[in-house]
Design a protein around this ligand. Structure first.
Ligand SMILES: [Fe+2]
Length: 168
């Protein structure tokens, strides 16, 4: 790692693999009073893995829409939490530029230009702020780990793991 900082790779991998666990139908009802991400953290804490929570709670793209929440999180987040949140903005079925991830989200949840805000969509000014925060996240993570955004790749082991999961 650059800048003399170390990263707990096992923590990042575990958090990345489990970050969306609260979306599972078997899990969601057990953490019903939490927002996405916090539910995963709570569920994992109950099972003896509280250390994963901090690396998970900041990952949902909706956190980028809440300026005060994001600013607090961004100021205090560990490098592991930053990497997991950034990876979420780059990885769909494959690793892609953030611009493509956002275009995909915008297709699914088009910005609402009416006075009111439709559920699941953002006003254009919120979307602009979300993109700006995502870019700040990308700049910071890439600087911390010493890699250019265009050079971000999946770890080698994930190819085989994904193939095995698809075949299961
Ligand atoms: Fe998520």
């Amino acid at each position: 790692m650059s800048a003399g900082r170390s990263l707990d790779r096992r923590l990042v991998e575990a958090a990345a693999l489990l970050h969306d666990v609260d979306k599972l139908p078997a899990v969601r009802p057990t953490v019903a009073d939490t927002v996405h991400g916090a539910g995963s953290a709570e569920w994992l804490a109950r099972r003896g893995y509280p250390e994963l929570g901090d690396a998970i709670i900041g990952h949902p793209v909706t956190r980028l829409a809440d300026g005060p929440w994001f600013d607090r999180w961004f100021a205090a987040a560990s490098i592991e939490a930053l990497v997991v949140a950034y990876a979420d903005k780059r990885a769909g079925q494959k690793v892609e530029p953030m611009a493509e991830r956002f275009a995909s989200w915008e297709r699914r949840y088009p910005p609402d230009v009416r006075a009111g805000k439709a559920r699941g969509s953002w006003r254009p000014e919120t979307l602009a702020a979300v993109r700006q925060r995502a870019e700040a996240l990308e700049t910071r993570v890439c600087r911390l780990v010493g890699v250019a955004p265009a050079d971000v790749r999946r770890l080698e082991w994930t190819g085989r793991a994904l193939r095995l999961a698809r075949e299961a």
